[in-house]
Unconditional design. Structure first.
Length: 319
C-alpha cells in the first residue's frame, strides 16, 4: 500500500510503499482510510519527541482516522501506540478502540475535530467533577484545540469562559466562538498578570495548553487576584506549547486551594476516552462545533507537513 513513512526523526514523512498490515486478533479489521488529521500530537510522534515514543523506525504517523470497512461501515478509530499509524491507504482497526459513525457523517470534519476537541472534552468530563455553571479560563485559546475548548466549555454549560492567548486577530475570533472575555498574553509581563487577574481571578477551572513560562506567571496572577483564596481552583495541564517544565513555588500550594493535574494518555483509561467519543461525534456532526478541515492528498504529505493553516483550521490527509 501507499503511506506516509517516517524514516528519520529529523525529516518530514515521505510518500512511499509500505507493507499492508494484516488483522491478527479477533477484534481487528482492515479498513480503507478516508481521512486522517495532522495534529500536533502526530507531529511529535513523527519527530520522536512525544512521551510515548519508543524510537521505532520506520513508522507510519497518524493517531486517529475515519475509515470504511469492506462492508461499508464507517468507523472513527484511535490507533494504538505502535509504528503502524493511520496516514496510509489502509489500517488495521481494533474495534474496541473504534466507534461506528452515523450514515452521512463528513469524514473530514470528524478527522479534523475529534483529536483537538477530545482534549478538553475528556478533561472536563473525565478528569474533574465539572458542573454546569462553573467558570473556565482557557490558557492558549488561540490554537486549534483552544478554540474548540472555548466552544466545548460553553456546550457543557460553563457560565463564563475566558480565552487567553496571543495574536489579536485570533483573540477577536474567540468572541464568535462563545468566549465571554479575552486576555492578550502579549506585552509586559506585569501588565499580562494584571489582565489575567482581573478577567479570570475567580474562575473555577483552567484548561492549560501552554505550560512553561506563561503558566509560571499565570498561576500566581490568578491566586493573587482571587477574592477568596479558599475557593478551589483546578488547573488541568493538557499541552506544552510553551515549555515542558515550570517552577512552582511551594507557598502557592499553601496560600490557595490549588489543584494541578494533567489530562492525556495514562491519566484517563482508553475505555474512558472511548466512552466519550459518541457524544463528541454527535456535537461535531450536529454542527455544534466550528470545524474547518483543510483536505490534502496523502501523496502531498511532505508539503502538508510544512503548510501553515489559519484560525480553526486543521489539515486532513486523504489517501
Amino acid at each position: 500500500m501507499r503511506a506516509a513513512v517516517v524514516r528519520s526523526f529529523d525529516a518530514p514523512p515521505c510518500y512511499g510503499e509500505f507493507e499492508t498490515p494484516t488483522p491478527s486478533g479477533e477484534h481487528e479489521v482492515l479498513v480503507n482510510v478516508l481521512a486522517a488529521g495532522l495534529h500536533p500530537r502526530v507531529r511529535s510522534s513523527a519527530d520522536g519527541s512525544h512521551y510515548t515514543s519508543d524510537g521505532t523506525l520506520p513508522l507510519i504517523p497518524g493517531i486517529d482516522a475515519v475509515g470504511c470497512t469492506a462492508d461499508g461501515e464507517l468507523l472513527y478509530f484511535v490507533a494504538p501506540d505502535t509504528a503502524l499509524g493511520t496516514m496510509a491507504e489502509r489500517a488495521v482497526v481494533d474495534r474496541r478502540r473504534a466507534i461506528t459513525l452515523p450514515p452521512g457523517t463528513d469524514p473530514l470534519a470528524v478527522a479534523a475535530a475529534m483529536n483537538p476537541g477530545m482534549s478538553s472534552w475528556v478533561a472536563l468530563r473525565r478528569r474533574i467533577g465539572f458542573q454546569a455553571g462553573d467558570s473556565i479560563l482557557v490558557l492558549g485559546a488561540t490554537g486549534n484545540a483552544g478554540q474548540l475548548a472555548v466552544q466545548i466549555a460553553k456546550r457543557l454549560g460553563a457560565s463564563r469562559v475566558v480565552g487567553a492567548g496571543r495574536n489579536a486577530q485570533r483573540l477577536d475570533l474567540l468572541m464568535d466562538f462563545g468566549a465571554d472575555e479575552t486576555v492578550s498574553l502579549d506585552g509586559d509581563e506585569k501588565d499580562v498578570a494584571e489582565r489575567l487577574g482581573r478577567a479570570a481571578g475567580d474562575v473555577d477551572v483552567v484548561i492549560d495548553y501552554l505550560w512553561g513560562h506563561p503558566t509560571e506567571r499565570a498561576i500566581p496572577a490568578l491566586l493573587t487576584a482571587r477574592p477568596d483564596r479558599s475557593k478551589p481552583l483546578t488547573w488541568i495541564h493538557i499541552g506544552s506549547v510553551a515549555g515542558q517544565e515550570i517552577t512552582l513555588s511551594s507557598h502557592l500550594l499553601r496560600a490557595g486551594a490549588l489543584t494541578v493535574m494533567g489530562s492525556g494518555q495514562g491519566s484517563v483509561t482508553t475505555a474512558g476516552i472511548l466512552a466519550e467519543l459518541p457524544s463528541l461525534v454527535a456535537e461535531i456532526t450536529a454542527g455544534g462545533l466550528a470545524v474547518a478541515p483543510v483536505a490534502m492528498p496523502l501523496s502531498q504529505v511532505e508539503q502538508a507537513w510544512n503548510t501553515s493553516t489559519g484560525p480553526g483550521q486543521r489539515i486532513v490527509l486523504t489517501p
